[in-house]
Write a protein that binds this ligand. Structure first.
Ligand code: CTP
Length: 222
């Protein structure tokens, strides 16, 4: 997944975030260049990689992203959940433009579905789940908490308060934290380079899962 979801307030306004979709699209391009069949569910379809092997699915809201991801999740080996998904959305969406003269509006919010946590609860045997964490401090602690809470194999965390890191930039600097306790630091580099490291790790985990299930079916674990 890629981009930041937009939660409508009225026909002209939304609640959004600063995600550009660049890291998610770099992952889609990298996976496709290695021969994967990729479905890229994105809020920025015009900027998604335009190449054979990448099916682009356009969405706007967290609810739409949840539907498009969860309806396909039974068919995928690796999920890379790079999108910045809104955690809350307006309870009511006005059907007309909210006018200034009506005074200061109050917007009541309700939670959205946590797509990654839902994937963690329903995952298929052998499937690899990779989450991302956009933080402004305590990177490792926050990443470790998300790894645990969402039941995923790998969290890719970045500190978006650092220069040239994360939202809107072409570069990123990340820490990869694995469910196996492994920690990898990727210093500031192009988002495509981050994508290479993340996909290498995800493929390693996939291979390990595959080897483990082959051993179990051969009875090698006895
Ligand atoms: N995520 C998701 N569905 C949501 C919110 C987040 O699938 N409703 C996924 C993101 O795509 C990302 C991971 O969960 O892979 C972590 O997202 P992040 O925004 O960093 O964390 P949150 O769980 O939203 O927690 P917080 O905002 O408190 O840091």
């Amino acid at each position: 997944t890629a981009g930041g979801t937009r939660e409508p307030v009225c026909p002209v306004r939304f609640l959004g975030n600063r995600s550009s979709g660049k890291q998610g699209h770099a992952l889609a391009a990298e996976a496709s260049s290695r021969g994967a069949q990729v479905v890229c569910v994105t809020t920025e379809p015009a900027l998604a990689p335009d190449r054979l092997g990448v099916k682009v699915v356009a969405v706007e809201t967290a609810a739409q992203m949840a539907t498009k991801v969860l309806e396909r999740s039974g068919d995928v080996d690796i999920v890379l959940m790079a999108a910045a998904v809104a955690d809350f959305r307006p309870v009511q969406v006005a059907d007309h433009k909210i006018k200034k003269d009506s005074g200061i509006s109050e917007i009541r919010l309700e939670p959205t579905v946590d797509i990654l946590a839902e994937l963690g609860r329903t995952r298929l045997p052998g499937q690899v789940l990779v989450g991302f964490a956009a933080e402004t401090g305590e990177l490792r602690q926050n990443a470790a908490a998300k790894l645990q809470a969402k039941g995923v194999d790998l969290i890719v965390a970045n500190d978006v308060s650092l220069p040239e890191v994360g939202f809107e930039h072409d570069t990123n600097a990340v820490v990869l934290l694995g469910a196996d306790g492994g920690l990898t630091e990727v210093p500031l580099c192009a988002k495509r380079e981050v994508a290479r490291v993340v996909i290498d790790k995800a493929l390693n985990i996939h291979q390990t899962n595959f080897d483990t299930s082959a051993q179990i079916s051969n009875g090698d674990d006895k």
